[in-house]
Write a protein that binds this ligand. Structure first.
Ligand code: FES
Length: 106
């Protein structure tokens, strides 16, 4: 990944400041279907690639889950494979955060 860091600042993504709320980032290099980032607890973030692990369709967030429109796979809020076709959890990215936002490193 070349050590690149993608910054999702609170200034540009205010919903990231709310615990349990999140944002879809559409311009993270190498993640064409977007990346979901959420602040799970103060200062702890989760970043998931929104590509279905079955055949690569983009999944969308519905309620607290992610659903794939192609063949019906369902993933949990943390990206775990819940049901339907799929080959494991959604890919998680390395992410850290501070008082200014979340920073994706992988
Ligand atoms: S590509 Fe997502 S369920 Fe088939």
């Amino acid at each position: 990944m070349g050590g690149n860091i993608y910054a999702a600042t609170f200034a540009q993504n205010p919903s990231l400041m709310t615990i349990g709320d999140g944002v879809t980032l559409n311009s993270v290099p190498g993640h064409i279907n977007g990346v979901w980032v959420v602040q799970q607890s103060p200062g702890t973030f989760l970043a998931l690639d929104l590509t279905c692990t079955h055949q690569g369709c983009p999944v969308s967030r519905q309620g607290s889950e992610f659903r794939c429109p192609c063949h019906g796979a369902i993933f949990s809020a943390s990206g775990a494979h819940v049901s339907g076709p799929g080959n494991g959890p959604l890919q998680s990215l390395s992410v850290c955060g501070d008082s200014t936002g979340a920073y994706i490193t992988g």
